[in-house]
Design a protein around this ligand. Sequence first.
Ligand code: GDP
Length: 288
Amino acid sequence: MTIQWFPGHMTRARRQIQEQLKLIDAVIELVDARLPLSSRNPMIDEILGGKPRLIILNKADLADAEVTREWLAYFKREGHIALPVDASTGTGMKEIPTQLKMLMKAKIDKQVSKGMNPRAIRALIVGIPNVGKSTLINKLAGRAVALTGDRPGVTKGQQWIKVSKEMELLDTPGILWPKFEDMNVGYRLAVTGAIKAETLNAEDVAFFGIKYLAKYYWAPFKERFDLQCEQPTDFENPDEIVAIMEEVGRRRGCIISGGRVDLEKACGTLLRELRAGKLGRFSMEAPY
Ligand code: GDP
């Protein structure tokens, strides 16, 4: 295992979220729709305690729509409300305030029955780095919000971003860290760019990506790189995967002296195209 997690940093992050939790009514938890479990912190339930929570499957525009439907059913079975969203365009976001209100219904009804005017629901957005927290906050706010954490050296109290008269957001998202004992979780995160591929070995990451694409998304993969080879018959045979990697390299002109394929360059190219959505929509894990 090459990754080191820093217990000091994690303790600080956790303490910060727990402070933020005291200020809010509900949590909006962002996960990556392409890998909803691998992109979430495994201790999330414990960290959030019993706070009402809405799960957002963000970057749904990049994920396989059929697999996303299965994930929605999965989260429902787990007793959660989950929504597919593309925060970069705002698709699916209309539902967020509606669902938050549903989550808070019992509390709101109680306030109303006491003759109180229910105040705006206060929410905190949490998720691992790069999952789209800032993008979602800006889209909900309808403007580019200078997040507190973006201004180093400026210490000020947290502020509320008014989304509507029914909803306010804490202006600093809660940053969770991904954690994996299982290397496959790390590879999935690296293939999608959630963590830098260099954190792991870039060739291993590309190898993992090719294996997965060849198994589940062979047709678009073959078409994108104009592959002449057949779909591997044995995905556990590294020779078959390396052969594909070499063909990708040849198609993209990644050749070194002697006509050999520059595998490192080929891997980099493949991962870049994959992350940019050039191979079409794909999911890296399914709930079964
Ligand atoms: P944060 O670290 O969680 O705040 O993540 P950011 O909001 O900075 O987003 C990380 C990257 O993902 C940026 O390049 C965003 O443009 C991109 N991004 C965020 N949400 C989406 C989405 O729903 N779809 C797509 N395709 N890209 C997104």
